[in-house]
Design a protein around this ligand. Structure first.
Ligand code: PEP
Ligand code: MN
Length: 347
């Protein structure tokens, strides 16, 4: 990893560095943070001479070699100070970052989504979620509809809140990037789809769109999970959040095996914010509060929670697992208390 003294290398400096690394069959990739550009070294970067030559350039602050399967996501990387911002809010600063909204947007009932969005804004969420395209286990279930994107865009316009939409393929990605979707969600089924991750990272590089990467449900280990996120960052977008959402096989009675306890393991290895999804983890509205508090106690930076103004009318997972906006309001206050308690204990 190469860190320049200025916020980025100018064209002549970049060329000079490129010429050096090229001699050693390496290449560099520019990663644009909000304040500082860093340059990842790709290839066999164990050449001491190459390091010395780059480190010796007057405009270079530091050259780092990190022995890690995920050089950019690693806590020790030059991105360790990087802060993910969504719609102008820094994730994980001062209080939990809360994403809320229905599992699935009903394209035939825009008012249900819009009323939910306003009620959630009032409840204190930081971002709105809503499935436009849905990865359904049952191929005959509702699969989504492009029309739904108009509804969530209207909700963003009316509430001023950033929006989170799952993208499953290149077509979804193009539409979501055209709409400047604030959070591109990668679902658990695509959590290890490396070509999609690379494509998302590349096409969202330098944009305001962050990525919420869910944990693979087949018990992705902390390292496998972080390495998947590395694909996004290595392709150019450092605005990545890790989202544990439960694993299979489920704990009898829950939808999945709750995994919020993975949070401190992720945070000790990587700088990326952890935003836990309790909804798909426990899968029942009655357990969402406990799972959310537990996630915050474990050190989570935020939560992604399914919420609907009238869960029974939802067309996705909502009838089972969505909480109402008034329950969301209570949950947010309780989680803020837990957050403060966490810091008092740490002090
Ligand atoms: C969702 O967020 O509605 C969803 C399908 O999530 P997951 O990928 O975690 O199942
Ligand atoms: Mn869902």
């Amino acid at each position: 990893m190469i860190i320049p003294k200025a916020s980025k290398l100018d064209a002549t400096q970049l060329k000079e560095v490129e010429n050096i690394v090229d001699e050693f069959d390496c290449s560099i990739l520019e990663i644009q943070g909000r304040k500082q550009c860093v340059y990842a070294l790709l290839g066999d970067e164990t050449h001491a001479v190459m390091f010395k030559r780059i480190a010796g350039l007057s405009y270079i602050r530091k050259v780092d070699a990190i022995e890690s399967p995920y050089k950019l996501m690693d806590r020790r990387s030059a991105l360790s100070e990087h802060q993910v911002e969504v719609g102008g809010t820094k994730v994980g600063i001062d209080k939990p970052f809360i994403i809320g909204g229905p599992c699935t947007i009903d394209p035939n009932s825009p008012s249900l989504y819009l009323e939910t969005a306003h009620a959630l804004k009032e409840a204190g969420v930081n971002a709105l979620r809503g499935g436009v395209w849905k990865p359904r286990t049952n191929p005959y279930s509702y699969q989504g509809d492009n029309k739904a994107i108009e509804i969530i865009l209207r909700a963003r316009e009316e509430t001023g809140l950033p929006i989170d939409i799952e993208v499953m393929d290149s077509d979804n990605l193009t539409l979501a990037l055209d709409a400047k979707v604030d959070i591109l969600q990668v679902g658990t089924r695509n959590a290890l789809n490396y070509s999609l991750l690379k494509e998302i990272g590349k096409n969202s590089a330098g944009t305001e769109s962050s990525v919420l990467l869910k944990r693979g449900r087949h018990v992705a280990s902390p390292n496998e999970f972080i390495a998947a996120a590395e694909y996004l960052v290595a392709a150019g977008n450092p605005n990545v959040m890790l989202c544990p959402r439960g694993t299979t096989p489920p704990l009898d009675g829950y939808r999945n095996h709750p995994d919020e306890s993975i949070t401190p393991l992720l945070k000790s290895r990587s700088w990326a914010p952890v935003v836990v999804d309790p909804s798909h983890s426990v899968g029942h509205a009655e357990y969402i509060l406990a799972c959310s508090l537990s996630a915050i106690a474990y050190g989570a930076d935020g939560l992604c929670i399914e919420s609907h103004i009238d869960p029974a009318k939802g067309i996705g997972d909502d009838p089972k697992q969505a909480i109402t906006p008034s329950q969301m309001k209570e949950l947010i206050l309780s989680c803020q208390d837990m957050w403060k308690h966490r810091y008092q204990v740490a002090d």
